[in-house]
Structure formats: structure tokens, C-alpha cells
Design a protein around this ligand. Structure first.
Ligand SMILES: *Cc1c(COP(=O)(O)O)cnc(C)c1O
Length: 432
């Protein structure tokens, strides 16, 4: 069935992309074949992975540019290599646009990824062995917030807070109680699978009460924050980390923001030379372009639609008998508990069956999930990528219909094939 999803030609692709494929066909037919198939896959399937998006052609192609050839270790005006004049200008544009977008005083745009941004942020704010209070991955946190095998769990003393077991919401009184009891050096808020608003002011008041630093990792919600659709971590968080490729719709990468002059100096030193070598200047150029796009008023419309679509999807799922963790969503994602729909159904089965039907998702643990992380009882669904391609609330209801048909058929091959055809027609109605 997946091969069927790939059958059309590259007719939807813009001219620059067609030229790229033509060039690759000559230069490296093997890689070219797989890359063309991936372009088709993205065009012909519905991307509901909450951490993914479709970048503009300008963002995509600026990453395949001259800037990949250059070493620019250091920062604008203070490089360890000659020939950086234009790189300085581009990095300054990226920094200035990031500051304008998030309303803060300092931006470091060099982190290669969200996890890399977090390594530098931890190094800037903590000494090895310092205590850090965070939400564990099993409850919606990120592995770089303290998972044992990660750098964070290896070099720091991690203490967990958890969601309220009844409401599945952040319980600020309980977080305060644990903070007072454990006296962490740093408290982390910001998550990978939390469908609700984060009260950054409440976190700051807890941090102040125990003399801790507040770090906000807004990797998932950065686009919503930039558009004013989610409240801002500023002026509450001392340090803010993010990815640039999720709701923010930029190139794959990371960034660190702060309002504090002293923290800014530490951050710059801990990114380079603390944890990275040469910056990916081609990606920084793409970040500048993406930030420019996010400063355009049309980005606010996109961000509002992302939330409207998530809420439409949530309502439709509940009508079909699914349970949503926390009961709904305020942001771009829903966390679906599959058990009320079908007690036997696992996240792993759901993900696999949906992929056969051209709907791309990821299994995800739900709070207190009885099943292991590679199986799970949940599915995380996000609306950023489908909103980018133009799906509206009505289309989201259609998508839930299709999703439910796949679940109801237990992944039956002919039913998945028939759903795949409907997915294809939605994709054609909303081309990339
Ligand atoms: C996605 C994510 C990251 C890590 O991003 P990578 O670019 O994959 O390293 C960090 N923190 C949170 C909360 C995330 O959701």
C-alpha cells in the first residue's frame, strides 16, 4: 500500500525541487531514487506526527547552499576563520529576527538541535551533579530533561515531578511541594507530549521560592508562542531553549534565548566552544528565513488554525469513543488513550495500521501507561504539518473518520487500501 502512495510523478513539486531531483538523478541515481520516493511520500500522506512540519521551499533550498562550505567557529565579528563577512550578516539577521519574534534580549542560533541546545543550557546554568527538577519522559517530558542514558540523566541529579493522576494536568501545588523538599538548582518546564497550556508565571514563582533557575524548553510550542497563540515564557524563564523545526516550521535545529545579560554570556560560551564546533551556517541561513516567515502576519493565521484544527480533531475523536489525556487540547497536539475504543488496541498496532493507510503518526505512552514504551496504549497526533498544507477543521473531521475506520478494521488490508485512496484525495485537495 505504501508503494501505491508513491505512484504519482513529481508534478506537485516546485521548480527548484524538480531541478534538485534532476541534478541528483545524474549525480547519484541511488540516493536520488530514495529521495524522490520520500518527496512523494510527504506529498501523498497525511503527516500527523506532532513534532514535524513542512518547510517552505526557501527554507528547504537555503540548506542546500554555498554556506555549507564554510567554517565560522565563533560569533559574528569574533570568528576563528577568515572569509566570514557574509556569514556574520546572516547570523546577525537570524539573531535579530529571533529576538523580535520572541521579544527577548539575546538569541544564540547555533545549536545543531533541540538536544544540543539543552546540553549547552544545562552547562550554562548547572555544575555536574547539580539537582534538576523535571517531568519524566513517561509523562510527556523529553529524554534530554533527565532520562538515565541521556547526558542529562548521566551528569545531573534528576528529581521528577508528575502530572496529577486524575486530571493529567500539571499540578503546581505538588510541583511547589517537591521543589521545597528537594531544593533543585534548576526547574524545567516545557514538554513533548503535553496538550495543555503551561503557566510559566506559576513555574517562576516556584523557582523564586526555592532559589532555582527556571528553564523553559518550548521545542514543541515555539511557533504558537511566536504567534502569541500560547503565552510566552518571557519574562518568566531565565533561559529558554527550543527547536526550530516543529510548530515554528524552520529547518531542523535548535536555539537558546534569554533576557539576562550574564546568562547570555554563559550560553554563548557553552554552545561554542563548550559543546559544539563550527556552526551549520547553511542551517542558520534557513533559520533566518524561517524567522522572517514567522514574523509575517500570515504566520499568526497558521498558528491559530493549528490550534483550531487540533481542537476539531479532539472533538471528533471523543465522538468516536476515544479518550483524550487531560480531556482535550489547548495547543497543536492531542494524546489519545486508545483503550476505551478497544482494550486490546496498542499504540504500536495503531501506528503501523495507520501508516498502511497513509496516515503517519507515532505511538506514545499515556500517563501511567501499563504497556512498555515500544508498545504503549496511546497515540500522539499533531496538526502543524497538515495545517501547513491547508487542511481546515472540516478536513480534520474527515481525517478522524478515516483513522477510526482503520482502527475499527483492525488494520484490515483492503480497508487500509481504501482509506489510503481517500487520504490521497485529501492530499490532492490540499497539495504541498
Ligand atoms: C523535540 C524536543 C527536543 C529535542 O529536539 P531534537 O532537535 O530532536 O534534539 C527537546 N525538547 C523537547 C521538549 C522536545 O519536544
Amino acid at each position: 500500500m505504501m508503494s501505491q502512495a508513491h505512484q504519482t510523478t513529481s508534478q506537485h513539486l516546485d521548480e527548484a525541487s524538480q531541478q534538485l531531483l534532476k541534478l541528483l538523478e545524474q549525480a547519484d541515481p541511488e540516493v536520488s531514487r530514495h529521495m524522490a520516493a520520500e518527496a512523494q511520500r510527504q506529498s501523498n500522506t497525511l503527516e500527523l506526527i506532532a513534532s514535524e512540519n513542512h518547510v517552505s521551499s526557501a527554507v528547504m533550498h537555503s540548506m542546500g547552499s554555498w554556506l555549507t562550505n564554510k567554517y565560522a567557529e565563533g560569533y559574528p565579528g569574533k570568528r576563528y576563520y577568515g572569509g566570514c563577512e557574509f556569514h556574520d550578516q546572516i547570523e546577525n539577521l537570524a539573531r535579530d529576527r529571533a529576538k523580535a519574534l520572541f521579544g527577548c534580549a539575546h538569541a544564540n542560533v547555533q545549536p545543531h538541535s533541540g538536544a544540543s541546545a539543552n546540553i549547552a543550557a544545562f552547562m550554562a546554568m548547572c555544575k555536574p551533579g547539580d539537582r534538576i527538577l523535571s517531568l519524566p519522559i513517561k509523562s510527556g517530558g523529553h529524554l534530554s530533561h533527565g532520562l538515565k542514558p541521556n547526558f542529562s540523566g548521566t551528569f545531573y541529579d534528576i528529581v521528577d515531578y508528575d502530572l496529577d493522576p486524575e486530571t493529567e494536568l500539571l499540578d503546581y501545588d505538588e510541583i511547589r511541594r517537591i521543589a521545597i523538599e528537594t531544593k533543585p538548582r534548576m526547574i524545567i518546564c516545557g514538554y513533548s507530549a503535553y496538550p495543555r497550556t503551561i503557566d510559566f508565571a506559576a513555574f517562576r514563582s516556584i523557582a523564586d521560592e526555592v532559589g532555582a533557575v527556571l528553564m523553559a524548553d518550548i521545542a514543541h510550542i515555539a511557533g504558537l508562542v511566536a504567534a502569541g497563540v500560547h503565552s510566552s515564557p518571557f519574562p518568566h524563564a531565565h533561559i529558554v531553549t527550543t527547536t526550530t523545526h516543529k510548530t515554528l516550521r524552520g529547518p531542523r535545529g535548535g536555539m537558546i534565548l534569554t533576557d539576562d545579560e550574564e546568562i547570555a554570556k554563559l550560553v554563548d560560551r557553552k554552545v561554542f566552544p563548550g559543546s559544539q564546533g563550527g556552526p551549520l551556517m547553511h542551517v542558520i541561513a534557513a533559520k533566518a528565513i524561517a524567522f522572517g516567515e514567522a514574523l509575517d502576519p500570515s504566520f499568526e493565521t497558521y498558528a491559530r488554525n493549528v490550534v483550531t484544527n487540533a481542537q476539531a480533531m479532539a472533538t471528533a475523536l471523543v465522538e468516536k469513543g476515544y479518550r483524550l489525556c487531560s480531556g482535550g487540547t489547548d495547543n497543536h497536539l492531542v494524546l489519545v488513550d486508545l483503550q476505551p475504543r478497544d482494550a486490546e488496541l496498542t499504540g504500536a498496532d495503531a501506528e503501523r495500521w495507520l501508516e498502511m493507510a497513509g496516515i503517519i503518526t507515532n505511538k506514545n505512552g499515556i500517563p501511567n501507561d501499563p504497556r512498555p514504551p515500544m508498545v504503549t496504549s496511546g497515540l500522539r497526533l499533531g496538526t502543524a504539518a497538515v495545517t501547513t498544507r491547508g487542511l481546515d477543521a472540516g478536513a480534520m473531521v474527515e481525517v478522524v473518520e478515516l483513522l477510526d475506520r482503520v482502527m475499527g478494521s483492525q488494520g484490515d488490508e483492503s480497508e487500509c487500501q481504501s482509506v489510503c485512496e481517500s487520504v490521497r484525495s485529501i492530499c490532492e485537495r490540499f497539495p504541498l
